[in-house]
Write a protein that binds this ligand. Sequence first.
Ligand SMILES: [Zn+2]
Length: 311
Amino acid sequence: MKVLSVRGPAMLMGLALALAAGCTSSSDAVSHSNAQSGAPSPTIPVVASTNVYGDIVQQIGGGKVTVVSIISDPAQDPHSYEASTQNRLELSKAKVVVENGGGYDDFVGRMLHSAKNAAPSVIDAVKVSGKAPRAGGEVNEHVWYDLPAMGKLADRVADALAKASPADADVFRHNAKTFKDRLTALEREERQVKAEHAGAAVAVTEPVPLYMTEAMGLRNKTPADFSQAVEEGDDVSTRSLQRTLSLFTHEQVKALIYNKQTSGPPTEKVKAAAEDSGIPVVPVTETLPQGEDYLSWMVANIGAIKSALER
Ligand SMILES: [Zn+2]
């Protein structure tokens, strides 16, 4: 305390800078550093369809980007989102746009077209992932649960930001590498789960976590027509619901992975059946929960599935 009173403002400033530097991924830290630099250099305007991609862009762009995420409300189902005129305005100014693609967020393409913004680099995560459609069906568009796909996306984001601000190219590529190194560590954790639990059966209410459960070698026993109907907001047939419920009453699965963000009466019945049979329920979401970044969120998802399998 004595030292602080003697050295005063310079010391406090140093402390504040050190604190700001300690949390580089938070948007707070970014705005602090901009405010402290005196003459703020213009940042690259970026629009992401959800806060999952918004966070990844923020990690790679740091203080050099201003990111708007169109969908970040955990109570909102991105599959049925209605875009607003505010979204159109933001898209009209963006230099880089990240969309999921695969039919998930078609409103982005429609609004970009009507906003007549010819400038931006548009990154489509499903295309970048290279994922093919499931046999007899569509591509599982929840590619952000696929860690290698997000590694490829990080490189594409770094390229697009470098195109918008060539002087910062090295910073973006460095940040993308840091991000990918952490993804690699998480992929090792997935393989660890696989080593211990490959072949274990699980059920899901929606295809949202399937890239992750596949990486863990788990078998999805959910009737496809059940999870597809839930995903598309269609009615679930009585037969399909009964077959799904019997997975729990007959204890054919080790866990239910439950999408909190697209729930309704059929998925709530399924959740109740799992709970009644003492089968662990692992909640997952479509968008980034508050207080998490992409990597901490995926750490939590892997950990939750692992501990459910170990129960
Ligand atoms: Zn979904």
